[in-house]
Design a protein around this ligand. Structure first.
Ligand code: ZN
Length: 277
């Protein structure tokens, strides 16, 4: 079994644009000094008047956000981009939700023509490994079962993310800890952001055998059990493309909205999910 991706500091850097609550130059100085010297994260720019902090990082977005918030300020991710802006090929986000209390956010960033960075956190999973796949259709009207099969534009058999012969949508497994949270960051050389916008991302109940099992479903789906959560993959903002300060859809500010769950019953009662990305 291959080790599932963690949120380690290795790999390709990307740029993250955060809105951070800052009132004066002291805030700017405090953020700069507390983030100095952290491996895998560099503050590029802090704009006090527009409350923007731009960082370049090889850490997961969750980790970068918690580092920013460790300075005592709220932070909201507003945009993502490649460390080499001219090779940036688009960004997308899937807000994941399921029948049980599984919910999360997964982001896709085309950091170069070859490499798609996939970064996410999903909560409410059973501890252990769970198959993660891009599926054909962005249709969740019949729960996750209407998402179709694994995205497979080249007529391949099911496989693992490191295999040449695999479904393009095969992302292997993510690992949920004892608290039910899976936080992951991986790079993939088959998926392209522009191919998957409008499709869906699905997380399964069990472990994907990556096509190596003896079960009849192994070469089709990895035999990873039922679908526990899914989300439509939607285009999202690159760096400095998201001018939002007030959410006009339901009248709450960015900071109030941050306290609401991104998906699930509470959010839906107040209107449609309104991801910032
Ligand atoms: Zn597959």
């Amino acid at each position: 079994m291959e080790a599932p991706p963690g949120d380690g500091g290795g790999g390709t850097s990307c740029r993250l644009e955060f809105a951070v609550q800052m009132t004066c130059q002291n805030c700017v100085d405090a953020i700069q000094s507390s983030l100095r010297g952290i491996p895998g994260l560099q503050v590029l720019h802090i704009q006090l008047d527009s409350q923007i902090v731009l960082v370049e990082t090889s850490l997961s977005t969750e980790k970068a956000q918690s580092l920013l918030e460790s300075t005592g300020r709220k932070a909201v991710l507003k945009g993502m981009g490649g460390a080499v802006p001219e090779s940036f090929g688009g960004a997308a986000v899937a807000m994941m939700s399921g029948l049980v209390l599984v919910q999360g956010v997964v982001r896709f960033l085309q950091v170069s023509p070859q490499s798609c960075l996939i970064d996410g956190t999903i909560d409410g999973l059973e501890p252990g490994l769970h198959g993660l796949h891009v599926h054909e259709f962005g249709d969740v009207t019949g729960s996750c079962d209407s998402c179709g099969d694994h995205f497979n534009p080249y007529g391949e058999c099911h496989g693992g993310p490191q295999d040449v012969h695999r479904h393009a949508g095969d992302l292997g497994n993510i690992l949920a800890g004892a608290d039910g949270r899976a936080s992951f960051r991986m790079e993939d050389n088959q998926l392209k952001v522009h191919d998957i916008i409008g499709r869906s991302l699905v997380v399964d109940a069990g472990e994907d055998d990556l096509g190596h099992g003896s079960h009849p479903l192994s070469k089709l789906t990895g035999n990873s059990g039922g679908r526990v959560a899914c989300g439509i993959i939607a285009r999202s903002a690159g760096l400095f493309q998201n001018p939002k300060k007030i959410c006009t859809c339901d009248g709450v500010t960015l900071w109030e909205e941050r306290e609401r769950p991104a998906a699930g019953a509470n959010k839906k009662a107040a209107g449609q999910p309104t991801p910032h990305l």
